[in-house]
Design a protein around this ligand. Structure first.
Ligand SMILES: NC(=O)c1ccc[n+]([C@@H]2O[C@H](COP(=O)([O-])OP(=O)(O)OC[C@H]3O[C@@H](n4cnc5c(N)ncnc54)[C@H](OP(=O)(O)O)[C@@H]3O)[C@@H](O)[C@H]2O)c1
Length: 384
């Protein structure tokens, strides 16, 4: 039987909105019928370039469109709660970008609302959907890692290194109280807890704002396209949010962990690295090399997986679409995530084998606890 075509819309025309559109187009069972942005001209242009027929500049109007069954929210963080709530209230399924909201008061409300409405709800923790992230989970699920003793890692980027680097992610009104921990620490925590099945219960965080004053372009960056910025094109803004943080954490089985997140680490573009030390072996990956997974042993030679469906466990195999030697990476993670979400929407699956709003809420709770810990200088229990 042919799969039912499902109509979707995407809010957000910046970096990640178009990535959602592209991934959806690869599914074969989804028509992206509308795109929504804020700037009319840019939204029209992006919609045309992506082959999306309808362009909206008011998400409320989009939600009145009876043809749309699923809405992806790829707007900045300050719009996540309001827009996700409106999506669910309009009776449409919701796929939200992370972080789910800026506070746990909001994320808790969204979890409740999604349950009341009985609609499919997902949060884009896309790194779970690399074939070798699934393999790491399969190895843990099979008991091959044994009891988890320790987790450590980092998520490093360099796009905020200079004082002339600026983003809405540094503005607490838009981003929430955290920059680096909320933006990328949330991915790290989601990934390692997904792989191990453990829960982070307490955190002790140290935050640093490397540039307390940054220079922000006076106008929208796209307005400067093709022109070298001069000193007078910038204004100074005081920064409160962290661009660097280290977080110690404890897990529900007594295991210990630590991660560093940084957006000021020269040369590191998007390096999510984790290592999980179990009683039987350790597993580790650097997601800038998404087709590799390391397994460390004490009593025999270490192993290194290279992504190849023929060597993956049955559980991880469906996430590898190309043969060995044919790398899969960032766009493929979104495709895999959306395959699971849309099977659920189509009624072809009755399991939430993707991050839901409940997972999104857990990540928000960890970020909130880390912010409080950094302010108070003490361990804080995560308030799930
Ligand atoms: N999962 C991941 O790996 C990943 C990666 C990147 C980002 N994200 C998340 O995705 C979200 C978006 O990030 P981004 O990097 O794509 O940001 P971005 O490049 O700044 O894009 C944000 C988009 O939202 C639009 N927007 C702003 N206000 C709006 C409104 N009122 N109505 C409709 N659209 C509005 C903007 O439109 P205009 O341009 O017209 O103003 C812009 O197209 C963030 O929450 C971020 O955390 C996730």
């Amino acid at each position: 039987m042919a799969m039912r075509m499902i109509n979707a819309a995407v809010i957000g025309t910046g970096f990640i909105g178009p990535a959602h559109v592209e991934a959806l187009k690869r599914l074969g069972s989804v028509d992206v019928v509308a795109l929504c942005g804020r700037n009319p001209q840019r939204t029209e242009q992006k919609a045309a370039a992506l082959g999306v027929p309808r362009a909206y500049t008011d998400y409320r109007k989009l939600l009145e469109d009876p043809d749309v069954e699923v809405v992806h929210n790829a707007s900045p963080n300050n719009l996540h709660f309001e827009v996700n709530q409106a999506i669910l209230e309009s009776g449409k399924h919701c796929v939200s970008e992370k972080p789910l909201t800026r506070t746990t008061a909001e994320s808790r409300r969204l979890v409740e609302l999604s349950r009341e409405k009985g609609l499919v709800n997902a949060v884009c923790f896309n790194y779970r959907f690399y074939p070798l992230s699934q393999q790491a989970k399969a190895v843990c699920d099979a008991g091959d890692v044994g009891e988890v003793h320790a987790i450590h890692g980092s998520y490093l980027q360099d796009w905020l290194l200079r004082e002339t680097d600026y983003s809405w992610r540094l503005d607490p009104e838009v981003s929430g109280d955290s920059c680096a921990v909320g933006d990328i620490g949330s991915h790290f925590c989601d990934l390692v807890t997904f792989i191990t099945g453990r829960t982070i219960t307490e955190v002790m965080a140290d935050f640093q704002t490397t540039h307390r004053v940054r220079k922000r372009p006076k106008a929208d960056l796209e307005a400067f396209a093709g022109k070298m910025l001069k000193l007078e094109d910038y204004e100074e803004v005081e920064i409160e949010s962290e661009d660097l943080a280290s977080v110690l954490f404890r897990l529900d089985n007594g295991a210990r962990g630590a991660f560093t997140v940084s957006q000021i680490s020269a040369g590191r573009k998007n390096r999510l690295f984790y290592e999980i030390d179990g009683a039987k072996c350790a597993i580790s990956a650097d997601l800038e090399r998404p087709n590799e997974l390391w397994v460390g042993y004490r009593d025999k030679a270490n192993e290194s997986y290279v992504k190849d469906p023929s060597v993956l466990s049955e559980q991880a195999q469906p996430y590898a679409h190309y043969p060995g030697g044919h790398p899969e990476g960032y766009p493929d993670g979104f495709k895999n995530l959306f395959i699971n979400v849309y099977r659920r929407i189509a009624g072809e699956s009755d399991v939430d084998n993707f991050p839901t709003f409940a997972d999104g809420h857990r990540a928000v709770a960890i970020v909130e606890a880390a912010v409080r810990s950094a302010r108070e200088g003490q361990w804080v229990t995560v308030g799930y």
